[in-house]
Design a protein around this ligand. Sequence first.
Ligand code: ZN
Length: 425
Amino acid sequence: MSVIRNVLIWDSGRTAAEYGDIAIDGAGNISAVTPPNEAAGETLFDGRGRALAMPGLVNAHTHVSMTLLRGLGEELPLMDWLRQRIFPVEDRLTAAHIRSGAELALLEMLSGGVTCFADMYFFMTEVAEATLRSGMRAALCRGLTGDDQSKLDENIALADEYDGREGRIAVQLGPHAPYTVPRDALKRIAAAARERNIGIHFHWLETKGELESFESEHKTAPVDYLEDAGLLDVRELILAHSVWFPTEELSRVKRDNVTLVHCPKSNLKLGSGYAPVKEMLDAGVNAALGTDGAASNNRLDMWDEMRTCALMHKGYRGDPTVVSARDVLRMATADGARGLGFRNVGLIRENYAADIAIVDIDRPQYVGLDEANAPEFIVYAGSSRDVAATIVSGRLLYKEGRFLTLDAEEIMRTASRHREEITKC
Ligand SMILES: [Zn+2]
């Protein structure tokens, strides 16, 4: 038994934060939440009344290994950016590049309190192994383009090998997007996911042009297309971006197994638009938050994502009451974890996994934080720099600048070398 002692505890199941201890059992689950300094067991972290514990942040859409591609093709339109700068470099990436890019991302995410992420890329066994080594939790898929049976077989093999591994890995099939996967292939992918009871992770309605293609090319409405392809009935359907989701159709994706992942900063940077997040929340759709890859953000910083999300919808709507700090914190924790297929993750309560971010609130920007206003302080005043520790399944993975499962120096050295390799030719 280990204990996170004397911290201000907040999760999206509470209206107010509360001081207490979090006791964690040998399996890495929360066994009790008690008043401060009452839980018995070895101290994992002592907050001394000056730290806040919240559920670890969930980055619900990213491409971790793209950390090696950060800064390439800045300020180009999406399709030019992909075709001129990203795809040619991606063609040169090897398994070793994927590994070091992924590890670089894990360092960045762990230092910002991220405990779980959803990733779509290739050489995904490298990402799975890096995730397992790091101690983090992830939902992984192999990005699928065209009508390519060998890639689909690779994704299925990934699922056979890793889905459910150590309770920390979930595997989805990863059809890239409606504009890169033919409809017949998409139907076969969805059928394979249903047959194996795994999920699907899909880029969806990221640009206005993509929405228009449903009328001009696919000759069907977007949600009819999802339904017709059999995507709505998979174990979990993760729809990244959903910027141009038709708001009148949102009620059709209000389902336990469907999650729309809002990526505010990637959408802003690529000029893709504003996702209808207020309407998603009003419709009761499960909505999560993601950074997208480091080549289109360029941070894997969920604090930055939360703050941007809470601000941008108020700004362009001219309404400070929409998309509250509490909404975005819930999206970035409990709703993200649920969307990625992890049950009993994302809240600080008995029988939930001890996936916890600890925030140092003994800092100038937190003077005035109390039990009632903690979520608003986190979203509007806080930043990833305030993360003191990151814990997954009861295991301390990051504490005060030190990584306990990853060799940060070696990872950065290798990643720098790989970055030169892939950008030189
Ligand atoms: Zn993406």
